[in-house]
Design a binder for this molecule. Structure first.
Ligand SMILES: *Cc1c(COP(=O)(O)O)cnc(C)c1O
Length: 399
């Protein structure tokens, strides 16, 4: 594991290199859809450069080609991942779409490990973008590689089971095939896949990077050559990040580490208590003893994060019943917000998968996924405990 860390200093200052020269203290929001052309030949050269995928040119020309507010946040995110570049999109799914569309046309076969985020699973399995997918397990990746394989996709920690995958071991098996890691759950605070050999790291920035439940975005960090391919796709498909969203994301950067570390400390407390509650059959959280058999925390991750999943006794009925009883924790999809969110993967985020795939991915009817926010841990536990006590006593009465 490398010694690079996304420091608090980086978090505060990244992407702000030009502030003194432009006399700004907060990121300026540039809402221009077009830009006045100065010298026409310079504008033409700028257009050519941007359409070839360069990060910037003498003139921005048109907002689909370049936006300075978005570019600043991309620089900040690249710093966080210790990457050459980052390319931002209007959502996590738009980012994954661009990664798939940027593959050479004769390399559209993808090897992927389940479980992944439900819609990522759907996008891959549906072949919507003309790609083929082979699903496999982390130890069988090498067996699935073909002459036309263009990408290996993994998600770690996985949604919603929190299973961890050894990124370095996957990269070794993939050989020269690029590996994309969806690192949404870990954030660059806890995991930097590029340093472990991954070619691309993807985030649904809607989650921790935005962090306040008020922005949708996606991003891929990678080397400059790949970033050019992604920018070309972004220009051609128009899967842009709006500058207002980029402003919010940039505003969230200085507190990213504080939020992730605080929420993680709370998740650990709740996971331990959930594991002891009689209404809970099982807790999935890599921070619990015995749940990180490969020893990846400390080697690959700086901590287990702040998303956990737990199975309640009584399956679907108990799980959905619990959601209805909570008063503080919001029953909602998404994660990584300042407030705690809980949801039922089988009925919501992973509903789009077919049932066999769900079962194969360990997504049972009684499974709930909890993303801890920044509230007082004791208040969160009181809310959970009251709801779980109700399940336990109802089951006792029924028995
Ligand atoms: C939410 C999520 C996505 C999809 O991102 P959107 O911003 O909703 O498009 C992809 N991967 C993971 C792990 C997610 O949690």
């Amino acid at each position: 594991m490398s010694t690079y860390r996304f420091s608090h200093t980086d978090a505060v200052h990244a992407g702000r290199d030009d502030f003194r020269s432009i006399g700004a203290h907060a990121p300026p929001i540039d809402l221009s859809s077009t830009y006045p052309v100065g010298d026409p030949d310079t504008a033409t050269a700028s257009l050519d450069a941007l359409c070839e995928g360069q990060a910037q040119a003498a003139e921005p020309v048109y907002a689909r080609l370049h936006n300075p507010t978005v570019a600043r946040w991309e620089q900040a995110l690249a710093r966080a991942e210790n990457a050459e570049a980052a390319v931002a999109f209007g959502s996590g799914m738009a980012a994954l779409t661009a990664a798939l569309l940027s593959l050479p046309t004769d390399r559209r076969h993808v090897v992927a490990v389940r479980p992944v985020y439900g819609t990522s699973d759907h996008l891959l399995a549906s072949g919507l973008l003309g790609q083929q997918v082979s699903w496999t397990t982390p130890d069988r990746i090498a067996d699935q590689l073909r002459a036309d394989t263009g990408l290996v996709i993994i998600e770690t920690p996985a949604n919603p089971t929190l299973a961890l995958i050894d990124i370095e071991a996957v990269v070794r098996q993939a050989g020269e095939i690029p590996v994309l890691v969806d690192s949404t759950f870990a954030t660059p605070v806890l995991q930097r896949p590029l340093e472990l050999g991954a070619a691309m790291v993807m985030h649904s920035a809607t989650k921790f990077l935005g962090g306040h439940g008020d922005v949708m975005a996606g991003v891929i960090a990678c080397n400059e050559a790949r970033a050019r391919g992604l920018r070309q796709v972004r220009i051609a498909t128009g899967a842009l990040l709006h500058p207002w969203a980029a402003f919010l994301l940039h505003r969230s950067m200085p507190t990213l580490r504080l939020r992730v570390e605080r929420a993680q400390a709370t998740a650990l407390k709740l996971a331990e208590r959930l594991a002891r509650h009689p209404a809970v059959a099982q807790v999935h959280y890599p921070g619990l003893s015995g749940q990180d058999p490969m020893g990846l925390i400390g080697r690959q991750m700086d901590g287990p994060g702040s998303v956990l999943a737990f199975e309640v006794h009584g399956g679907h009925e108990s799980a959905t019943g619990l959601l209805g009883t909570l008063k503080l924790i919001t029953p909602a999809v998404s994660l990584g917000s300042v407030d705690s969110l809980i949801q039922h993967p089988a009925g919501l985020t992973h509903r789009v998968m077919d049932e066999d795939a769900r079962r194969q991915g360990g997504i049972s009817p009684g499974l709930l996924r909890l993303s801890t926010g920044l509230e007082e841990p004791e208040d969160l536990w009181a809310d959970l405990e009251a709801a779980l006590d109700r399940i336990a006593s109802r089951r006792e009465r029924a028995a």
